[in-house]
Design a protein around this ligand. Sequence first.
Ligand code: NAI
Ligand code: MG
Length: 357
Amino acid sequence: MKIAILPGDGIGPEIIEQAVKVLNVLGESFELETAPVGGAGYAAHGHPLPEGTLALAKAADAVLFGAVGDYQYDNLERALRPEQAILGLRKQLGLFGNLRPAILYPELAGASTLKPEVVSGLDILIVRELTGDIYFGQPRGVRECPDGPFKGQREGFDTMRYAEGEIRRIAHVAFQAAQKRGKRLTSVDKANVLETFQFWKDIVTDVHKEYPDVALDHMYVDNAAMQLVRAPKKFDVIVTGNMFGDILSDCAAMLTGSIGMLPSASLDANNKGLYEPSHGSAPDIAGKGIANPLATILSAAMMLRYTFNKNEQADRIETAVKSVLAQGLRTADIFEPGTTKVGTAEMGNAVVKALAA
Ligand code: NAI
Ligand code: MG
């Protein structure tokens, strides 16, 4: 179980330190190796994704990533900016399945903009395809409009595409994720209007034959957006394309109101993955010891579940997180009157203590 630890810059090193503490007390024989990435990669080797870091990530079974993008690197040319590291890793590791849970612990129900009864205890998972769709389809550009009432004017155009194999592999990721959870999958499409998504629907329906223990339903994306806000707890796992997933996963994340709590995974076809908090490097609070490490700790739990198939250990971590929240411990981002404010390391230590209990 080789894990590449890539702390990054900004709050990255502070939050990763807590997740590493948690991994170290589980009693498993992980091989952890750390390398610089993002701004830290640039500072050490002049590149956001140094060769040694990429080699380490490729050789590992999983990557635990902090965050990148501190302000001090804002003036670098685009190719050297910290964010290039995450794009490079996704591409080089062939990561196409983005898993974004939206979890709202009952203790934090007040953090959401929605009524507590609508979101309290929310635990859904959005599986977003990352490599295809209108974001990458060719041809694209600006050209002379060839027909219709605007013929002869300039028009912008893009191409929506999904190859059968691309749909099949994300469908497998989603069905397998559903098997590890509530065994229900909703495939979100726009099959009523788009050929690409009628094809998507047909292929997902075909892959379903291999997962008879999972209940599949299909939903149009406009209805899915509505249901996510109206009754989000009705969902278990949602699978969708790159663009719909981009929008729906941000919407679902905000149902919980607390970016410092949300983990994520990006998987390849063999469940090798990169795990990171959904938030960025939070330069405004970096170095102050006040960042919330729970999204990163929960990302480590996802790593155990999805790459190493260690569901029990993942459950242990998630239970420990629930327990520190139940004790009333809060970092500044989730603080409410009547709770106890703690720093990054104190929160990490509390999770370690809860694990031991
Ligand atoms: P951000 O997520 O870094 O910060 C947004 C707000 O949330 C800030 O007020 C920040 O203090 C707060 N916040 C974020 N994580 C927190 C935590 N764990 N505990 C407490 N508060 C937390 O997003 P922003 O400000 O848009 O981006 C900052 C930098 O991070 C940019 O350079 C951006 O490109 C980069 N970024 C990197 C990502 C990655 O490493 N995968 C993802 C998103 C952004
Ligand atoms: Mg987005």
